[in-house]
Design a protein around this ligand. Sequence first.
Ligand SMILES: Cc1cc2nc3c(=O)[nH]c(=O)nc-3n(C[C@H](O)[C@H](O)[C@H](O)COP(=O)(O)O)c2cc1C
Length: 190
Amino acid sequence: MSSTAGGPRRRRPARRTLPLGEVYGLLEPGPVVLLGTARSGVPNLMAMSWHTMLEFEPPLVGCVVSERNHSHAALKATRQAVINVPTVELAGAVVGCGNCSGREVRKFETFGLKPVPAAEVDVPLVGECFASLECRVVDTSRVRRYGLFVLEVVAAWADPGRKNPRTLHHRGWGEFMVAGRTLRLPSHMR
Ligand SMILES: Cc1cc2nc3c(=O)[nH]c(=O)nc-3n(C[C@H](O)[C@H](O)[C@H](O)COP(=O)(O)O)c2cc1C
């Protein structure tokens, strides 16, 4: 702040109109995940950042999956999926899975990821991810309008050795934030 004879002059915050197409990067959701599906025994993965928790228990997760994606048809047909949570070490594989389609590419092989059998669904987990959530599709009522599938988590796996996982968060247009410090503060949310 600078001072003049007329008193302190406040510097206006440097604001600009934000194109509406960039809003989602402000309200960025949780970590970018690898959504696994499988059709006729062929597993596939896509990067997904548009997801949100809807219920604590049983855990329900809303996932927006565009109908342009191969994964959309697989979710509709099989009603099964695995949400895998990667950390920054897997960033290359994550963007790789988000920039090609399972119609042409076998992504586990192409990106050197290890398929691990799941307990409750016929979709493999990604062995390198620190957490994996086996899911069933329980609501498709908003799929036509928004591509929004509601998934129920029926089994969950996490590596207990990873206390501070450095997850990736998409800010739009190829920009990612990496989760860092953990703070402990009072909160009424669980
Ligand atoms: C960081 C990142 C986040 C993405 N998030 C989503 C998403 O939330 N929903 C979606 O439909 N596509 C999303 N995509 C695009 C899909 O991952 C991409 O279209 C992918 O090629 C689909 O693969 P598939 O055709 O094998 O299903 C994202 C891509 C990237 C790189």
